[in-house]
Design a protein around this ligand. Structure first.
Ligand SMILES: C[S@@+](CC[C@H](N)C(=O)[O-])C[C@H]1O[C@@H](n2cnc3c(N)ncnc32)[C@H](O)[C@@H]1O
Length: 276
């Protein structure tokens, strides 16, 4: 059974998964995904050995919980409790929790359950925090909420638990230092914005600016020189094409899935860049 993402995430790759697979190397050693997000590609492929990373602390807490037997059970029970208590008032009560000092001491499994519950019951299912780093998406108006697909979440748990999957929290650059010749790295960073008022480019409180895109291009080159297979997704902008002009640039059409304004959903050009 194919695994599916546990949370809906801005920039989710479900829609272009077949195109990504088409551009991947057929054989590789360790799989690396330094901007993991919802992790659609890894879950689709379910490699036996992988290193995944994100800079979003709550998201990483969720994946660590999905890997741990005891924490996983606690999280599922908490999710059932959230479903049973669900209402507009309850949503705002849970949403406000990250404003309190005690939030930092909340165990990972409880943070994970909170994140999944908010993701499933907030407006449009998007993750967004304000400048202070607090979750600030309004209530999604659902009367009832289903926070997980039982078969899928059990299979994802089993997959993380039974395979060699390392889960890290940090900057993309620090994660790939262990990548060696024959390994595969897939970079799916926050995209370089296209000049369009509808585009959604804010993923966490740490924005990803032009200097970060340049830093990423340098890391891409360093890995390439080591003989690592590297693949990267981004918007098809002049800035990105220029940064990767020495590599193979494939242009594809992708549907933009998360947008506050439904009219803004449409085709956008993306690139898949490879060094092989
Ligand atoms: C485009 S999303 C990834 C989408 C994902 N591939 C999916 O299918 O859902 C980008 C991710 O990069 C993370 N991120 C932002 N800056 C980062 C950094 N400097 N290092 C690592 N991750 C970062 C964000 O938290 C976000 O989850």
């Amino acid at each position: 059974m194919k695994l599916k993402p546990i949370v809906k995430w801005a920039g989710g790759k479900r829609q272009i998964i077949n195109q990504l697979i088409e551009f991947m190397p057929k054989v590789y050693n360790t799989y690396y995904e330094p901007f993991f997000g919802g992790g659609a590609l890894l879950l689709e492929l379910s490699p036996k050995k992988a290193v995944i990373n994100d800079i979003n602390q709550e998201l990483v807490a969720m994946y660590k919980t999905l890997k741990n037997k005891d924490d996983f059970k606690l999280m599922i029970n908490k999710l059932k409790e959230h479903e049973a208590k669900h209402s507009k008032e309850y949503y705002y009560e849970i949403r406000e929790v990250d404003r309190k000092d005690s939030f930092k001491d909340m165990p990972d499994w409880e943070k994970a359950a909170r994140m999944i519950y908010l993701n499933k019951s907030c407006f449009n299912g998007l993750y967004r925090v304000n400048k202070k780093g607090y979750f600030n998406v309004p209530f999604g108006q659902k009367k009832e909420v289903k926070t997980f697909d039982e078969d899928n979440i059990l299979n994802v748990h089993k997959y993380f638990k039974e395979n060699d999957i390392e889960i890290l929290l940090g900057d993309f650059k620090d994660v790939v230092v262990t990548a060696a010749k024959g390994d595969f790295v897939y970079f799916d960073p926050p995209y370089d914005p296209i000049e369009d008022k509808n585009s959604f480019t804010t993923y966490s409180d740490n924005g990803f600016n032009k200097a970060d895109q340049e830093r990423l291009a340098t890391t891409f080159k360093e890995l390439s020189n080591k003989g690592v297979y590297v693949m990267l997704s981004n918007h098809n902008t002049e800035f990105i094409r220029n940064l990767y002009k020495d590599f193979n640039i494939h242009i594809i059409n992708a549907k933009r899935m998360i947008n506050a304004n439904a009219k803004g959903r449409g085709d956008v050009e993306e690139v898949i860049i490879t060094n092989y």
